[in-house]
Design a protein around this ligand. Structure first.
Ligand SMILES: [Zn+2]
Length: 1011
């Protein structure tokens, strides 16, 4: 026994030893660059030569070195960048003309002066691998040299580019990938997803015409003449009064050239920007601790000069605040330049940031300070931004929010966008910092939430903003509030000191914060950062208890319930007359727990009164200390929309007016649940008054959605829809109403970036319809109104892929009622050509009656129709018609593009058997939305004894609002249509038909479809 136990003990010891031993120690490579580059501003090219000293600090022997050749991302429509842009529905690179593209070539790699063989890495033209003839040993170094030539792409695609002679030279030179504990980190250039590079020093000499203003990473070496020239420019700009935003033409380039030499240590990238038109401002900021002075520059055209004239103070304040909160700025200058950036509002590089168009002072300040802030989270703390984008974007957005909150404590969420409006939609009440909380709440309540930790390519383009930036910022605000500002800052300063000029990982941030604060932060890093777990505490009850701790002799016992799935800290506040009198933080717990409050002079107790916690449901956070209905909040009517106010029971409404031929004008009101922050129950009631019929008309919709955690369904909604309007027959006004319970299964889509959606819906339609029947009384027919009811079961499966190139969708529909079953399938496929939203639309339809025992006797005409349904044929009462019973006039020319979807009106192709059609629409390469269409159809022709018929037509479509309102002018058709009953009597104007599809404009649906 003992012996055995001993062996196990020894084994365990060995195991521990082995695991410690195999845990490699942190290391990082050093890469030093020496680049000479010449700009050709008539051909938009760079001709350059690069020398790299690569120092292997790893314990490994390297047999190859991976390089990024990122300008090749712009070389064709198949690159990772082009695909990444397409995922975000951006086709600008995909459809770019060849002369607008960019690339890098003339490469001739040599290692220690000997040629080296290299090849592209797999299918990536922007990554290559150099095979080393002599392996690079640990602590060895090699000199890698290559000339290179860059054709600068047009500046419309992403970060590298030129707009005319304005140059943004970024991600532009051959650059080794990072080699770290995980091996080589090669990554194709992407728009959504940033970078990871080795630290080192840069010596870059740029040669270009003398009259270019250049902003770059690094300090000028022997740059006295250039600095003097810039100082003069700065003086001129300060005095300049007449900016010409409408004249942004480029002055002629100076025939004489200049060479500017930049040097910078301890950075991992080098970018430069050049523009002959720039105004220049120069400033200085004294760092809070060392009092060292940092020079600040801003460079900008006349375009937004009004905003930019104040820009120096933004750079200064950003450098100051970040130095104060995190750690001192280690470089000599911080610069912001204006450029036509095509990747977000701004982009950061060491020492220098590029800023796109601004629309207000506040927006410009926000973008400048955010990008300057990246000098810390990206520049100095060089995380792998591709694998952990929140470590730079998220943490930096948190500090951005903190900067704005500190500098403008009175600013509300609205200030940035509508500074003059005091309080629209209730937004004016909330401080600016809550913008990111509400963005998170939007994702969470719409069930689009994703974990903060994730590689950049797992996020949809909306989520890259709302999760990586905003959710992270809101959650770090929570962490800071819990730890307290002082402790949080100390811990972050320690993180900075330990990890500056290195590559920290998420665990490194967690370790430092835990060590510094002495707290276990698993709930934050392991749960809230790594998963989509929600925080929700609820006040369950309040009771008076006895105490000796105050003179009154009583206290409040508050029972709190943790309804969320994480044991996370929370805070409780006492509220007196709407003011917070005291707030205290508590550690998290599971289940229910009672807390004692000794501050008793309060009228409410509230969880997280200051909105520090990303609480998913604030409705259950408050309880009154007195009264009967302690949790009930007053009702508030709100026109149009308002942000969620947990202190009110909001009812959103909006006046509406409808129109149809029979009810005429229908004034009414719509009352609806919050479409932006949805709850489990959604509703939309639209009662209206028919001014002609003097009847209550309108519609109502209510549903409950369950979001399932299984892998099959995303959501299941059970709903009820009802509507009631009038139509007429023989000038007699008749009523119809419909009640339809339904259940909808939305299938799960595992990849947030995918554009695929699918669902299955079952509806049971119950239609009550007044009809006019005629009785023969003597020799005359007398009409009378008779009510009839019927049902129809409607099964629909829909699948759509809304990708930007060649999107398609299809559906299968089965309808069943007494003695009748019909089935149909529709496919819509677009072959995209020429540009976004242009292409050839192909629609295929096939329909067949599976059971028909009523065709001869049915009161309701369920036939398939070659020409789609008009108002009289809409037996499901699913569509909106101006005049449902009209056969003549404008109202009679409205139809729905379903069934055969022929545009030419004809009596042909109304069948109780089968129908098939193909409908084509082709965009023309012109600006106006005029398309050509053609329809081909086959159907069982019962009038020509069991023969089938083939028909076609063609004409012009004018698209007023695509898929909502289209007008069709039929120009030609097959002989059988021409010979059919009624055709020859119709004038051309009467053959024109149009669609008016109100179902497409539903804000509830539009919010759901945000990708
Ligand atoms: Zn950023």
């Amino acid at each position: 026994m003992l012996r055995k136990a001993r062996i196990i003990f020894i084994l365990l010891n060995l195991l521990c030893f082995a695991s410690v031993f195999s845990q490699k120690k942190y290391f990082q490579q050093e890469v030093n660059f020496n680049i000479t580059v010449r700009l050709n501003d008539s051909l938009h090219e760079l001709n350059a030569f690069e020398e790299i000293t690569y120092i292997n600090n790893s314990p490994d022997t390297l047999k190859e070195i991976y390089f990024h050749l990122w300008p090749n991302a712009y070389s064709n429509s198949e690159t990772a960048l082009s695909k990444d842009l397409l995922d975000a529905k951006n086709t600008v690179l995909y459809f770019a003309k060849p002369e607008k593209l960019g690339f890098i070539d003339n490469l001739d790699f040599k290692i220690d002066d000997a040629p080296v063989s290299w090849s592209y890495y797999k299918d990536n033209v922007d990554i290559c691998v150099l095979k080393l003839d002599k392996p690079l040993l640990p602590s060895g170094n090699i000199l890698i040299k290559t000339p290179f030539h860059v054709k600068i792409p047009e500046g419309k695609f992403s970060r590298l580019g030129h707009i005319g002679q304005s140059y943004q030279i970024t991600q532009w030179f051959p650059k080794p990938a990072v080699y770290d504990l995980n091996g080589w980190n090669m990554m194709p250039y992407l728009n959504q997803g940033e970078f990871y590079s080795e630290f080192g020093s840069f010596d870059v000499s740029v040669t270009l015409p003398r009259n270019y203003v250049v902003g770059a990473t690094g300090d000028l070496v022997n740059g006295e003449t250039e600095l003097e020239w810039l100082n003069v420019k700065a003086k001129q700009t300060r005095l300049k009064k007449d900016f010409h935003p409408n004249d942004l033409s480029f002055p002629e380039s100076d025939k004489k050239l200049k060479t500017l030499h930049f040097h910078q240590d301890k950075v991992h990238d080098f970018a430069w920007f050049a523009d002959k038109r720039w105004n220049v401002l120069k400033g200085e900021v004294e760092l809070p601790d060392s009092k060292r002075k940092v020079t600040t520059w801003t460079m900008f055209t006349d375009l937004d000069a009004g905003y930019w004239m104040k820009s120096i103070s933004y750079v200064n304040d950003a450098v100051y605040y970040y130095s104060n909160w995190i750690g001192e700025y280690p470089y000599n200058h911080a610069t912001a330049v204006e450029g036509a950036l095509s990747a977000g509002g701004g982009m950061e590089y060491p020492n220098i940031t590029i800023i796109g168009n601004a629309n207000s002072d506040f927006e410009l300040e926000q973008v400048i300070m955010h990008e300057v802030g990246h000098n810390w989270f990206f520049g100095i703390l060089g995380s792998n931004e591709r694998d952990h984008p929140w470590m730079d974007e998220g943490v930096n957005s948190f500090y951005e929010s903190r900067y704005l909150q500190t500098k403008y404590p009175k600013n509300s969420i609205l200030s940035a966008y509508a500074p003059k409006r005091k309080n629209i939609f209730g937004l004016g009440k909330f401080p600016h910092r809550l913008m990111y909380y509400y963005a998170y709440l939007f994702s969470a309540l719409n069930h689009k939430d994703q974990p903060i930790e994730g590689k950049s390519d797992i996020y949809s383009s909306t989520n890259y903003g709302t999760i990586v930036y905003m959710k992270s910022a809101a959650f770090f605000d929570y962490l800071k509030s819990y730890l307290g500002e002082e402790d949080f800052d100390k811990a972050m300063q320690e993180y900075f000191n330990q990890w500056k000029f290195k590559h920290p990982h998420p665990k490194d941030l967690k370790n430092v914060l835990e060590q510094q604060t002495g707290k276990n932060l698993n709930w934050f890093f392991d749960t809230l950062i790594n998963t989509t777990t929600k925080v929700d505490y609820k006040v369950a009850s309040i009771k008076k208890g006895t105490t000796t701790e105050n003179e009154m002799g009583y206290c409040y016992k508050i029972k709190i319930k943790n309804k969320g799935d994480v044991v996370a800290p929370f805070c409780l506040s006492g509220i007196k007359n709407g003011e917070i009198s005291s707030t205290k933080w508590y550690e998290g717990f599971k289940g229910k727990k009672t807390f004692t409050l000794h501050y008793i002079d309060v009228d409410k107790v509230k969880i997280d009164a200051d909105y520090f916690i990303p609480e998913i449901n604030r409705k259950n956070n408050t309880i009154k200390t007195k009264g009967l209905f302690r949790k009930v909040e007053p009702v508030k009517l709100q026109l149009l929309w308002a942000i969620d106010d947990p202190n009110k029971s909001q009812i959103l409404f909006f006046p509406v007016i409808g129109w149809n031929y029979y009810d005429k004008w229908m004034p009414g009101i719509s009352i609806y649940s919050n479409p932006i922050f949805p709850k489990a129950i959604d509703y939309l009631f639209v009662p209206m008054y028919g001014t002609k019929t003097k009847e209550l008309v309108g519609s109502a919709n209510i549903g409950a959605t369950i979001f399932s955690k299984n892998n099959f369904f995303q959501a299941i909604r059970i709903g009820l829809a009802a509507s009631q309007y009038n139509y007429d027959f023989d000038k007699k006004s008749l009523n119809f109403n419909k009640i339809a319970p339904e259940i909808n299964f939305e299938f799960k889509n595992k990849n947030a970036r995918s554009h695929i959606k699918s669902n299955f819906r079952f509806r049971n339609l119950n239609i009550n319809q007044e009809k006019l029947v005629y009785d023969k009384v003597g020799l005359e027919y007398v009409s009378k109104v008779k009510s009839s009811s019927r049902y129809l079961n409607d099964f629909l499966y829909q699948y759509s892929n809304s990708r930007i190139i060649n999107p398609f969708n299809f559906n299968v529909n089965v309808e069943q009622t007494d003695k009748m079953v019909k089935a149909s399938a529709t496919l819509n496929y677009r072959i995209t050509y020429y540009k976004k939203n242009k292409g050839l639309d192909i629609r295929l339809f096939a329909g067949k009656f599976i059971l028909d025992e009523i065709s001869n006797s049915s009161e309701i005409d369920y036939r398939f129709r070659l020409t789609g349904q008009d108002g009289r044929r809409d037996y499901k009462f699913d569509n909106y018609f101006l005049g449902r019973s009209e056969t003549n006039g404008l109202a009679g020319q409205q139809f729905v593009e379903n069934d055969g979807a022929f545009k030419t009106p004809t009596v042909l192709g109304q069948t109780w058997d089968w129908l098939g059609s193909m409908n084509l629409k082709a965009s023309l390469p012109i600006k106006v939305p005029i398309n050509i269409f053609a329809d081909l159809g086959f159907f069982e022709n019962q009038s020509v004894a069991s023969k089938s018929s083939f028909v076609f037509d063609a004409g012009i479509q004018i698209s007023i609002f695509r898929n909502i309102c289209d007008i069709y002018l039929p120009l030609l058709c097959s002989e059988n249509i021409k010979n059919a009953y009624g055709y020859s009597n119709m004038k051309f104007a009467e053959k024109i038909r149009f669609t008016f599809n109100l179902n497409q404009i539903n804000p509830f649906k539009q919010i759901k479809n945000i990708e």
